[in-house]
Ligand binder design. Structure first.
Ligand SMILES: Nc1nc2c(ncn2[C@@H]2O[C@H](COP(=O)(O)OP(=O)(O)OP(=O)(O)O)[C@@H](O)[C@H]2O)c(=O)[nH]1
Ligand SMILES: [Mg+2]
Length: 346
Protein backbone atom coordinates (compact mmCIF):
# COMPACT_ATOMS: atom_id res chain seq x y z
CA UNK A 1 0.00 0.00 0.00
CA UNK A 2 0.94 3.59 -0.49
CA UNK A 3 2.69 5.12 2.49
CA UNK A 4 -0.25 6.50 4.47
CA UNK A 5 1.81 9.59 5.24
CA UNK A 6 2.20 10.50 1.57
CA UNK A 7 -0.66 12.98 1.81
CA UNK A 8 0.73 14.63 4.92
CA UNK A 9 1.51 17.87 3.12
CA UNK A 10 3.31 20.98 4.33
CA UNK A 11 1.86 22.37 7.53
CA UNK A 12 1.82 26.19 7.55
CA UNK A 13 3.32 27.94 10.57
CA UNK A 14 1.35 30.48 12.56
CA UNK A 15 2.53 33.44 10.51
CA UNK A 16 1.55 31.77 7.25
CA UNK A 17 -1.85 30.84 8.65
CA UNK A 18 -2.54 34.34 9.89
CA UNK A 19 -1.37 35.97 6.67
CA UNK A 20 -3.71 33.82 4.60
CA UNK A 21 -6.68 34.34 6.91
CA UNK A 22 -6.29 38.11 7.32
CA UNK A 23 -5.63 38.65 3.65
CA UNK A 24 -8.80 36.80 2.70
CA UNK A 25 -10.69 38.61 5.40
CA UNK A 26 -9.65 42.10 4.26
CA UNK A 27 -10.54 41.28 0.67
CA UNK A 28 -14.02 40.14 1.61
CA UNK A 29 -16.96 42.41 1.02
CA UNK A 30 -20.23 42.42 2.91
CA UNK A 31 -23.50 42.51 1.06
CA UNK A 32 -25.09 45.73 2.07
CA UNK A 33 -27.30 48.15 0.21
CA UNK A 34 -25.62 51.33 -1.01
CA UNK A 35 -28.18 53.47 0.70
CA UNK A 36 -27.74 51.85 4.09
CA UNK A 37 -26.62 54.16 6.91
CA UNK A 38 -22.87 54.37 7.50
CA UNK A 39 -23.16 52.70 10.90
CA UNK A 40 -24.91 49.66 9.43
CA UNK A 41 -22.31 49.48 6.65
CA UNK A 42 -19.48 49.53 9.20
CA UNK A 43 -21.11 46.82 11.31
CA UNK A 44 -21.67 44.57 8.30
CA UNK A 45 -18.20 45.12 6.86
CA UNK A 46 -16.36 44.38 10.09
CA UNK A 47 -18.58 41.42 11.01
CA UNK A 48 -17.89 39.90 7.64
CA UNK A 49 -14.15 40.41 8.08
CA UNK A 50 -14.13 38.69 11.46
CA UNK A 51 -16.29 35.84 10.17
CA UNK A 52 -14.11 35.26 7.11
CA UNK A 53 -10.87 35.26 9.12
CA UNK A 54 -12.23 32.75 11.63
CA UNK A 55 -13.82 30.60 8.95
CA UNK A 56 -10.54 30.43 7.04
CA UNK A 57 -8.53 29.52 10.13
CA UNK A 58 -11.00 26.89 11.31
CA UNK A 59 -11.09 25.21 7.93
CA UNK A 60 -7.29 25.28 7.60
CA UNK A 61 -6.79 23.87 11.07
CA UNK A 62 -9.29 21.07 10.44
CA UNK A 63 -7.44 20.31 7.24
CA UNK A 64 -4.12 20.11 9.07
CA UNK A 65 -5.58 17.70 11.64
CA UNK A 66 -7.05 15.54 8.88
CA UNK A 67 -3.69 15.33 7.11
CA UNK A 68 -2.30 13.19 9.91
CA UNK A 69 -3.50 9.59 9.60
CA UNK A 70 -4.94 7.99 12.73
CA UNK A 71 -1.90 6.00 13.78
CA UNK A 72 -3.83 3.36 15.73
CA UNK A 73 -5.77 2.45 12.60
CA UNK A 74 -2.73 1.87 10.37
CA UNK A 75 -1.47 -1.60 9.34
CA UNK A 76 1.03 -2.94 11.87
CA UNK A 77 4.20 -2.13 9.89
CA UNK A 78 3.30 1.54 9.43
CA UNK A 79 1.95 1.88 12.94
CA UNK A 80 5.07 0.40 14.54
CA UNK A 81 7.45 2.26 12.28
CA UNK A 82 5.66 5.55 12.96
CA UNK A 83 6.01 4.92 16.67
CA UNK A 84 9.76 4.38 16.25
CA UNK A 85 10.15 7.56 14.21
CA UNK A 86 7.98 9.84 16.29
CA UNK A 87 6.63 9.98 19.80
CA UNK A 88 2.99 9.06 19.17
CA UNK A 89 1.83 10.42 22.54
CA UNK A 90 3.44 13.74 21.76
CA UNK A 91 1.84 13.72 18.32
CA UNK A 92 -1.61 13.04 19.78
CA UNK A 93 -1.11 15.72 22.40
CA UNK A 94 -0.04 18.21 19.75
CA UNK A 95 -3.07 17.47 17.58
CA UNK A 96 -5.26 17.81 20.66
CA UNK A 97 -3.79 21.21 21.47
CA UNK A 98 -4.30 22.46 17.94
CA UNK A 99 -7.85 21.11 17.91
CA UNK A 100 -8.43 22.80 21.24
CA UNK A 101 -8.21 26.28 19.78
CA UNK A 102 -11.25 25.78 17.53
CA UNK A 103 -13.83 26.52 20.24
CA UNK A 104 -11.72 29.49 21.38
CA UNK A 105 -11.78 30.95 17.87
CA UNK A 106 -15.54 30.49 17.73
CA UNK A 107 -15.88 32.22 21.07
CA UNK A 108 -13.79 35.17 19.89
CA UNK A 109 -16.08 35.44 16.89
CA UNK A 110 -19.25 35.38 18.97
CA UNK A 111 -17.98 37.94 21.47
CA UNK A 112 -16.80 40.40 18.86
CA UNK A 113 -19.87 40.07 16.68
CA UNK A 114 -22.00 40.81 19.69
CA UNK A 115 -19.87 43.87 20.53
CA UNK A 116 -20.16 45.00 16.92
CA UNK A 117 -23.93 44.83 17.08
CA UNK A 118 -23.87 47.42 19.84
CA UNK A 119 -21.53 50.05 18.38
CA UNK A 120 -22.70 53.59 18.13
CA UNK A 121 -20.11 55.09 15.79
CA UNK A 122 -18.58 53.59 12.60
CA UNK A 123 -14.99 53.94 13.82
CA UNK A 124 -15.72 51.66 16.78
CA UNK A 125 -16.29 48.89 14.25
CA UNK A 126 -12.72 49.16 13.06
CA UNK A 127 -11.44 49.06 16.66
CA UNK A 128 -13.44 45.96 17.46
CA UNK A 129 -12.23 44.14 14.38
CA UNK A 130 -8.64 45.05 15.26
CA UNK A 131 -9.12 43.77 18.76
CA UNK A 132 -10.55 40.50 17.35
CA UNK A 133 -7.54 40.13 15.04
CA UNK A 134 -5.23 40.76 17.98
CA UNK A 135 -6.86 37.98 20.02
CA UNK A 136 -6.83 35.64 17.02
CA UNK A 137 -3.13 36.33 16.37
CA UNK A 138 -2.20 35.64 19.93
CA UNK A 139 -4.12 32.34 19.96
CA UNK A 140 -2.62 31.18 16.67
CA UNK A 141 0.90 32.34 17.51
CA UNK A 142 0.80 30.26 20.67
CA UNK A 143 0.37 27.22 18.40
CA UNK A 144 3.47 27.95 16.36
CA UNK A 145 5.64 25.34 18.10
CA UNK A 146 2.93 22.72 17.61
CA UNK A 147 2.55 23.55 13.93
CA UNK A 148 6.30 23.45 13.42
CA UNK A 149 6.50 20.15 15.28
CA UNK A 150 3.98 18.63 12.85
CA UNK A 151 5.99 19.86 9.93
CA UNK A 152 9.16 18.41 11.40
CA UNK A 153 7.82 14.89 12.00
CA UNK A 154 6.13 14.99 8.61
CA UNK A 155 9.58 14.84 7.03
CA UNK A 156 10.52 11.50 8.60
CA UNK A 157 7.05 9.92 8.26
CA UNK A 158 6.95 10.66 4.56
CA UNK A 159 10.24 8.84 4.09
CA UNK A 160 8.67 5.51 5.04
CA UNK A 161 8.70 3.36 1.91
CA UNK A 162 5.49 2.13 0.33
CA UNK A 163 5.12 -1.59 0.91
CA UNK A 164 3.06 -3.86 -1.29
CA UNK A 165 1.80 -6.50 1.13
CA UNK A 166 0.87 -8.80 -1.74
CA UNK A 167 4.43 -8.99 -3.09
CA UNK A 168 7.48 -10.67 -1.52
CA UNK A 169 9.90 -8.53 0.43
CA UNK A 170 13.53 -9.40 0.96
CA UNK A 171 15.45 -7.58 3.63
CA UNK A 172 19.20 -6.92 3.72
CA UNK A 173 20.56 -6.65 7.22
CA UNK A 174 23.87 -6.62 9.02
CA UNK A 175 26.36 -4.54 10.92
CA UNK A 176 26.94 -0.92 9.86
CA UNK A 177 29.32 -0.21 6.98
CA UNK A 178 29.48 -3.79 5.64
CA UNK A 179 28.07 -2.90 2.20
CA UNK A 180 24.30 -3.52 2.46
CA UNK A 181 23.36 -0.36 0.60
CA UNK A 182 26.02 -0.97 -2.05
CA UNK A 183 24.47 -4.37 -2.76
CA UNK A 184 20.84 -3.21 -2.86
CA UNK A 185 21.79 -0.27 -5.03
CA UNK A 186 23.55 -2.59 -7.45
CA UNK A 187 20.89 -5.27 -7.76
CA UNK A 188 17.68 -3.23 -7.46
CA UNK A 189 15.99 -0.41 -9.32
CA UNK A 190 16.84 2.11 -6.61
CA UNK A 191 19.98 3.92 -7.72
CA UNK A 192 19.54 6.83 -5.34
CA UNK A 193 20.63 4.92 -2.24
CA UNK A 194 23.44 6.62 -0.39
CA UNK A 195 26.72 4.76 0.11
CA UNK A 196 29.44 6.26 2.30
CA UNK A 197 32.66 5.05 3.85
CA UNK A 198 31.40 5.57 7.42
CA UNK A 199 28.91 3.60 9.55
CA UNK A 200 25.25 4.55 10.04
CA UNK A 201 25.01 6.13 6.61
CA UNK A 202 21.59 4.58 6.08
CA UNK A 203 19.19 6.11 8.57
CA UNK A 204 15.91 4.95 7.09
CA UNK A 205 14.50 2.02 5.16
CA UNK A 206 15.34 2.24 1.44
CA UNK A 207 13.14 0.34 -0.97
CA UNK A 208 14.27 -0.96 -4.36
CA UNK A 209 12.74 -3.59 -6.66
CA UNK A 210 13.88 -6.58 -8.69
CA UNK A 211 11.57 -7.40 -11.57
CA UNK A 212 11.07 -11.01 -12.49
CA UNK A 213 8.88 -12.74 -15.02
CA UNK A 214 6.53 -15.34 -13.69
CA UNK A 215 4.15 -17.15 -16.01
CA UNK A 216 4.27 -14.31 -18.54
CA UNK A 217 3.58 -11.76 -15.81
CA UNK A 218 6.09 -9.35 -14.37
CA UNK A 219 6.29 -9.42 -10.60
CA UNK A 220 8.26 -7.05 -8.49
CA UNK A 221 10.28 -8.36 -5.59
CA UNK A 222 10.73 -5.68 -2.97
CA UNK A 223 14.31 -5.26 -1.75
CA UNK A 224 14.71 -3.42 1.48
CA UNK A 225 18.03 -1.87 2.47
CA UNK A 226 18.10 -1.33 6.22
CA UNK A 227 20.22 0.75 8.59
CA UNK A 228 23.15 -1.04 10.24
CA UNK A 229 22.38 -2.81 13.50
CA UNK A 230 24.81 -3.29 16.38
CA UNK A 231 24.87 -6.37 18.51
CA UNK A 232 23.55 -5.01 21.80
CA UNK A 233 20.53 -5.26 24.07
CA UNK A 234 17.25 -4.23 22.46
CA UNK A 235 16.76 -1.40 24.94
CA UNK A 236 20.01 0.23 23.85
CA UNK A 237 19.26 0.20 20.15
CA UNK A 238 18.53 3.59 18.72
CA UNK A 239 15.70 4.65 16.43
CA UNK A 240 17.87 4.08 13.37
CA UNK A 241 18.62 0.46 14.26
CA UNK A 242 15.08 -0.29 15.42
CA UNK A 243 13.71 0.39 11.94
CA UNK A 244 15.82 -2.47 10.62
CA UNK A 245 14.66 -4.82 13.39
CA UNK A 246 11.06 -3.92 12.64
CA UNK A 247 11.46 -4.62 8.92
CA UNK A 248 12.98 -8.00 9.77
CA UNK A 249 10.21 -8.92 12.14
CA UNK A 250 7.20 -7.62 10.25
CA UNK A 251 7.74 -7.68 6.52
CA UNK A 252 10.66 -9.85 5.54
CA UNK A 253 10.12 -13.18 3.89
CA UNK A 254 13.75 -13.62 2.99
CA UNK A 255 16.62 -12.19 5.01
CA UNK A 256 20.03 -11.57 3.47
CA UNK A 257 22.60 -11.12 6.18
CA UNK A 258 25.69 -9.27 5.02
CA UNK A 259 29.07 -9.84 6.68
CA UNK A 260 32.27 -7.92 6.22
CA UNK A 261 34.97 -10.53 6.96
CA UNK A 262 37.67 -7.83 6.89
CA UNK A 263 38.44 -5.06 9.39
CA UNK A 264 37.30 -2.47 6.79
CA UNK A 265 33.87 -1.79 8.31
CA UNK A 266 35.48 -1.01 11.65
CA UNK A 267 33.55 -3.79 13.43
CA UNK A 268 34.95 -7.19 14.33
CA UNK A 269 33.49 -10.43 13.03
CA UNK A 270 32.65 -11.75 16.50
CA UNK A 271 30.14 -8.97 17.01
CA UNK A 272 28.75 -9.55 13.52
CA UNK A 273 28.31 -13.24 14.32
CA UNK A 274 26.49 -12.39 17.54
CA UNK A 275 24.07 -10.22 15.59
CA UNK A 276 23.64 -12.91 12.97
CA UNK A 277 22.73 -15.43 15.66
CA UNK A 278 20.29 -13.05 17.25
CA UNK A 279 18.56 -12.45 13.94
CA UNK A 280 18.58 -16.12 13.10
CA UNK A 281 16.92 -17.08 16.37
CA UNK A 282 14.54 -14.20 16.67
CA UNK A 283 13.47 -13.41 13.16
CA UNK A 284 13.81 -16.38 10.94
CA UNK A 285 10.80 -17.80 12.81
CA UNK A 286 11.99 -21.36 13.29
CA UNK A 287 13.38 -21.62 9.83
CA UNK A 288 10.23 -20.39 8.10
CA UNK A 289 11.98 -17.32 6.81
CA UNK A 290 15.01 -18.21 4.76
CA UNK A 291 18.23 -16.59 5.86
CA UNK A 292 20.99 -16.21 3.27
CA UNK A 293 24.55 -15.27 4.09
CA UNK A 294 26.72 -12.88 2.12
CA UNK A 295 30.45 -12.36 2.71
CA UNK A 296 31.03 -9.00 1.08
CA UNK A 297 34.25 -7.09 0.32
CA UNK A 298 35.85 -10.21 -1.15
CA UNK A 299 38.38 -7.95 -2.90
CA UNK A 300 39.76 -6.99 0.51
CA UNK A 301 39.20 -10.28 2.33
CA UNK A 302 42.15 -12.55 3.02
CA UNK A 303 41.62 -16.27 2.57
CA UNK A 304 42.20 -16.73 6.32
CA UNK A 305 39.48 -14.20 7.16
CA UNK A 306 36.97 -16.02 4.96
CA UNK A 307 37.94 -19.39 6.39
CA UNK A 308 37.67 -18.09 9.93
CA UNK A 309 34.14 -16.82 9.36
CA UNK A 310 33.13 -20.01 7.53
CA UNK A 311 34.32 -22.15 10.39
CA UNK A 312 32.67 -20.00 13.01
CA UNK A 313 29.37 -20.23 11.16
CA UNK A 314 29.88 -23.84 10.22
CA UNK A 315 29.21 -23.22 6.54
CA UNK A 316 29.83 -25.47 3.56
CA UNK A 317 31.24 -24.10 0.30
CA UNK A 318 27.84 -23.45 -1.28
CA UNK A 319 26.15 -22.05 1.80
CA UNK A 320 27.20 -18.43 1.41
CA UNK A 321 27.72 -15.85 -1.32
CA UNK A 322 31.13 -14.25 -1.68
CA UNK A 323 30.69 -10.82 -3.26
CA UNK A 324 32.31 -7.57 -4.24
CA UNK A 325 29.69 -4.86 -4.15
CA UNK A 326 32.06 -2.32 -5.69
CA UNK A 327 32.39 -4.21 -8.96
CA UNK A 328 29.17 -6.22 -8.63
CA UNK A 329 31.10 -9.46 -8.81
CA UNK A 330 28.90 -12.44 -7.83
CA UNK A 331 25.89 -10.27 -7.11
CA UNK A 332 24.26 -11.93 -10.14
CA UNK A 333 24.31 -15.17 -8.15
CA UNK A 334 22.22 -13.55 -5.44
CA UNK A 335 19.78 -12.22 -8.03
CA UNK A 336 19.53 -15.66 -9.68
CA UNK A 337 18.82 -17.26 -6.34
CA UNK A 338 16.09 -14.72 -5.62
CA UNK A 339 14.56 -15.12 -9.06
CA UNK A 340 14.54 -18.86 -8.79
CA UNK A 341 13.03 -18.75 -5.36
CA UNK A 342 10.12 -16.57 -6.38
CA UNK A 343 9.57 -17.88 -9.84
CA UNK A 344 9.03 -21.31 -8.34
CA UNK A 345 8.12 -24.30 -10.47
CA UNK A 346 6.55 -22.83 -13.54
N1 LIG B 1 36.44 -2.75 -1.08
C1 LIG B 1 35.12 -2.86 -0.98
N2 LIG B 1 34.41 -1.86 -0.43
C2 LIG B 1 33.07 -2.00 -0.34
C3 LIG B 1 32.40 -3.14 -0.82
N3 LIG B 1 31.09 -2.98 -0.58
C4 LIG B 1 30.94 -1.78 -0.01
N4 LIG B 1 32.13 -1.17 0.14
C5 LIG B 1 32.42 0.13 0.74
O1 LIG B 1 32.07 0.06 2.11
C6 LIG B 1 31.56 1.31 2.58
C7 LIG B 1 30.19 1.12 3.19
O2 LIG B 1 29.27 0.73 2.18
P1 LIG B 1 27.70 0.89 2.36
O3 LIG B 1 27.07 0.20 1.20
O4 LIG B 1 27.33 2.30 2.63
O5 LIG B 1 27.51 0.04 3.69
P2 LIG B 1 26.20 -0.17 4.58
O6 LIG B 1 26.26 -1.55 5.12
O7 LIG B 1 24.99 0.19 3.80
O8 LIG B 1 26.47 0.87 5.75
P3 LIG B 1 25.40 1.59 6.76
O9 LIG B 1 24.32 2.18 5.94
O10 LIG B 1 26.22 2.60 7.45
O11 LIG B 1 24.94 0.51 7.67
C8 LIG B 1 31.55 2.23 1.36
O12 LIG B 1 32.72 3.00 1.37
C9 LIG B 1 31.56 1.25 0.19
O13 LIG B 1 32.11 1.79 -0.98
C10 LIG B 1 33.19 -4.19 -1.40
O14 LIG B 1 32.70 -5.23 -1.81
N5 LIG B 1 34.53 -3.98 -1.44
MG1 LIG C 1 23.59 1.62 4.18
Amino acid sequence: MKNPFDDFYHVPNSKELLDIAFKRSMKSSAQVSKNAPILIKAKKKESKRIKVAIEELVSRILKIIKLVPIIDELPDFYRELASILVDIDELKLTLGKINGILPILNKIEREHLSKLSRIEAPKEGDQIRRSAFGRISSIINKQNNNLEYLNKIRGSLREIPSIDYTMPCIVFAGYPNVGKSSIVKNISTNKKIEVKEYPFTTKKLNMGHIEIEKRFNKIRIQCLDTPGILDRPMAKRNRIELQAILALSLISDLILFVFDPTPASGYNVESQIELYNEIKYNFSKEGQIELLIIFNKMDLAKETEIQYLREKLNLKENEYFLTNALTGFNLDKIVSHIKERYRGNE
